[in-house]
Design a protein around this ligand. Structure first.
Ligand code: SF4
Ligand code: SF4
Length: 463
């Protein structure tokens, strides 16, 4: 156990007090280990010299340090975002794949798709311990994977015992037979839908003739998949729909969706930045949507989990249980997962597929371990929140992660720059601490979230 006599001087850890917008509590955070405690505002001065508090910090410090080091340095790939085609039947305003590729690109052939799954199967035997009950994940991702449905479904059938499969789709090409296949093969599925009505939902999601229609189709598919395990809906939040987030939550809840993501737009591509909301505006609408999800749970007993917020909440209370890897630094791109394009090219994350300088190699020609060590991958895996301002001084850096390296690089001029939505992440984290202070954690997380998980807080011990 490390020894020190005082907080904030000498060898003592630096504890930063944070206003979380709560009437009674503020948070004390040690940024490097992400140790935290909620403290009554009128006890703040007293706590720094409280011997019991210091002892409890000393006991917990090693656990926090170990977890943070594991999460940030020791994880190995366990998933692949796999683009089975370049093409998409839609032309959404915020897509991260350049238009020319989506319109005129290639499908991966059935032979190449099954061949690459075979290569990945062999590779994952080296990263996932033998005897583990965890299968590696393949997420078929966009452009629109269902444009190459026959190859995708053949791959799923052939490797059903080797991977846990998921499909991220705009839903427009999902017919009843496809839905039956997805259910029968227990494929996870995420459907994109951007609002509570066609008028809102189709503003940024149109076909190549500029016409809507995606909303109606996605809404009808929700009805058919709502009870399927591993089903979720994804709403990309832009200037076009942020004012309707509360109604969007109501719409999802009414249709008995269990998990949604309200993902603020990624600003990697210049065209996406035309519909980038201001931080403070999007934060306000997002938090109102969380309030509404909570109210609906209180009224009906039925939860709608907002998974991207749940991930931030869980990163505070049980860091090893986090499921999404954007809000840790380095992020998951290139170290917990990587992306494979329709040509077999490998990128640290799908977000980089439109940026040729981040192509690290090709799955058919190169050794995967070698690709992970290439400069394009290292640029991403080496982006460390501790090494650039203002994030290195930020108390919540390990709950936010300063996403996203692709945005930092393309929008702000380098990997050592901040991402696109600092204040948005700040406000989410403050909200998460209020949820903890008000003992509402269970309302925002999936059932069994604490099973097999080391929980690092105990509300009864808050000072
Ligand atoms: S932060 Fe960006 S690059 Fe990293 S995993 Fe998330 S989307 Fe991908
Ligand atoms: S982006 Fe903002 S909130 Fe996130 S770590 Fe950086 S300074 Fe902190």
């Amino acid at each position: 156990m490390k020894d020190f006599k005082y907080f904030n001087s000498g060898r003592g850890p630096a504890l930063q007090p944070i206003d979380i917008g709560h009437d009674d509590y503020c948070a004390l955070i040690e940024p490097d280990t992400a140790f935290w405690s909620l403290v009554k505002k009128n006890q703040l001065g007293h706590i720094l010299s409280d011997a019991d508090f210091m002892d409890s910090y000393k006991v917990k410090m090693e656990l926090f340090e170990k977890e943070m080091t594991n999460l940030r340095r020791n994880l190995k790939p366990s998933a692949v975002y796999f683009n089975p085609t370049d093409r998409c039947n839609l032309n959404c305003a915020y897509c991260y794949i350049p238009k020319e590729i989506r319109k005129n690109g290639d499908h991966m052939s059935l032979e190449n798709l099954t061949r690459s799954l075979g290569i990945l199967k062999d590779y994952f035997t080296t990263t996932i311990p033998e005897g583990s009950n965890r299968l590696p994940q393949i997420i078929f991702h966009g452009s629109e994977p269902m444009m190459n449905k026959d190859a995708v479904f053949a791959g799923i059938e052939k490797y059903a015992d080797d991977f846990h499969f998921g499909i991220q789709t705009n839903a427009t090409l999902l017919d009843d037979d496809s839905i039956d296949f997805i259910k029968e093969h227990k494929v996870g599925v995420g459907i994109s839908i951007d609002g509570p009505t066609a008028e809102v939902g189709d503003r940024a999601r149109v076909n190549w003739d500029g016409q809507g229609g995606a909303f109606e189709k996605a809404a009808s598919v929700i009805e058919k998949l709502k009870d399927h395990a591993g089903f979720n809906v994804i709403c990309t939040v832009t200037t076009e729909n942020m004012r309707h987030l509360t109604e969007t939550v109501e719409f999802f809840h009414e249709r008995e969706v269990k998990v949604c993501m309200l993902n603020v737009i990624r600003c990697t591509q210049e065209h996406s930045r035309c519909i980038k909301p201001e931080d403070a505006d999007v934060a306000g609408h997002f938090l109102s949507a969380l309030d509404r999800a909570y109210e609906l749970y209180e009224q009906t007993g039925r939860k709608l989990i907002v998974a991207n917020f749940a991930n931030i909440l869980i990163s505070i209370i049980a860091p090893t249980a986090r499921r999404l890897m954007c809000d840790i630094s380095p992020c998951g791109g290139g170290r917990c997962f990587f992306a494979v394009s329709a040509k077999g090219d490998m990128f640290p994350c799908s977000e980089f597929i439109g940026l040729p300088e981040f192509n690290g190699g090709n799955i058919f020609k190169d050794d995967i371990d070698d690709v992970l060590q290439t400069d394009p991958f290292k640029k991403v895996t080496g982006r460390d929140v501790d090494t650039f301002q203002p994030c290195s001084n930020c108390a919540i850096k390990h709950f936010c992660g300063a996403p996203c390296p692709a945005e930092a690089y393309e929008m702000n001029g380098g990997m050592d720059k901040i991402g696109a939505f600092c204040e948005f992440y700040e406000e989410q984290t403050r909200y998460a601490f209020r949820v903890i202070a008000d003992e509402k954690v269970d309302a925002f997380l999936w059932k069994g979230w604490d099973k097999d998980t080391e929980v690092v807080y105990d509300i009864s011990s808050l000072i």
